[in-house]
Write a protein that binds this ligand. Structure first.
Ligand code: CP
Ligand code: NVA
Length: 299
């Protein structure tokens, strides 16, 4: 049995296998072919944070695969009233076949997985957002950018950490620009270094974005950081992806954003709209990528 807690636990071949499955399932879906790969299987989705894309894509994805999904907000289950995570994991995994959890600390997710008797999927933690990266990589492949130079500009958050792991695993070139106090996690940077990844770190967004093929950003204020908003807006001045900044990337570069996007902060409205077709395809790819993942995990 395999969990999907971080891309660190997966080989390059395994990641590419999941992407291949996702591509095929997307093709079938586009032809209105819905094979019941997960008939009679039940997915529990536990959310300790808000979500639009993750919830809808897992729920619809599971239905399209012939299975069933249960939405469990921590506000409504005993977990939110203090039932230990290890008890919650042991109970829910007795009744379901697959569990997705969105929570705060990666340690909370790991504790859950340790006590679960069925595969557990990371639906976002403070540290990583690996299902988003499956969708992002699928999008890169679709726009023929799988060998492109990637630039991540903004907060060294769960998305930045996940990009570093993906780039390390797949051998991508990645340039990361964050303010000095907002670097990605130290152990993630160490991991990339230890694996001789082609990843550079800078505090100059213009340096990172120059001649890149895939430009990536994310919110400066992640879930749980709302109280730091004013300070963060000051600290991220100069990191907005605007037309001028985008002009430094290669001519046919694509722009990715996991969403939700905050116009006027990490990206201007005009840049967002210019790339909206790609961005919303990226969002749609959450559905297809996770269907691939769920079928892969249940094989
Ligand atoms: N990108 C993403 O995970 O979106 P949600 O928070 O809406 O699920
Ligand atoms: N970094 C953001 C991603 C949202 C999908 C957050 O954690 O809130």
């Amino acid at each position: 049995m395999r969990h999907f807690l971080t891309l660190k636990d997966f080989t390059k071949d395994e990641i590419l296998d999941i992407i291949e499955l996702a591509k095929n399932i997307k093709k079938e879906t586009k032809h209105q072919i819905f094979k019941p790969y997960l008939k009679n299987k039940h997915l529990a989705m536990i959310f300790e944070k808000s979500s639009t894309r993750t919830r809808v894509s897992f729920e619809v994805g599971m239905q399209q695969l012939g299975g069933n999904a249960l939405f469990l907000s921590s506000k409504d289950i005993q977990l939110g009233r203090g039932e230990p995570i290890k008890d919650t994991a042991r109970v829910i995994s007795k009744m379901t076949d697959l569990i997705m959890i969105r929570t705060f600390g990666q340690d909370r997710l790991e504790e859950f997985a340790k006590y679960s008797s069925v595969p557990v999927i990371n639906g976002l933690t403070d540290k990583y957002h690996p299902v988003q990266l499956l969708a992002d990589y699928l999008t890169m492949v679709e726009y023929n950018k799988q060998n492109g130079v990637c630039a991540y500009i903004g907060d060294g958050n769960n998305m930045a950490n996940s990009w570093i792991i993906l780039a390390t695993k797949l051998g991508l070139t990645l340039k990361v620009a964050t303010p000095q106090d907002y670097m990605p996690a130290a152990d993630v940077i160490e991991y990339a270094k230890a694996h001789n990844a082609d990843i550079t770190f800078t505090t100059q967004p213009t340096q990172a974005i120059a001649n890149s093929d895939v430009v990536i950003t994310d919110t400066w204020i992640s879930m749980g950081q709302e109280e730091e908003k004013e300070k963060r807006l000051r600290d991220f001045a100069g990191y907005t992806i605007d037309k001028e900044m985008m002009a430094l990337a290669n001519k046919d570069a694509i722009f990715l954003h996991c969403l939700p996007a905050y116009r006027g902060y990490e990206v201007t409205s005009d840049v967002f709209e210019e790339y909206s077709e790609i961005i919303f395809n990226e969002a749609e790819n959450r559905l297809h990528a996770q269907k691939g993942l769920m079928v892969w995990l249940m094989k």
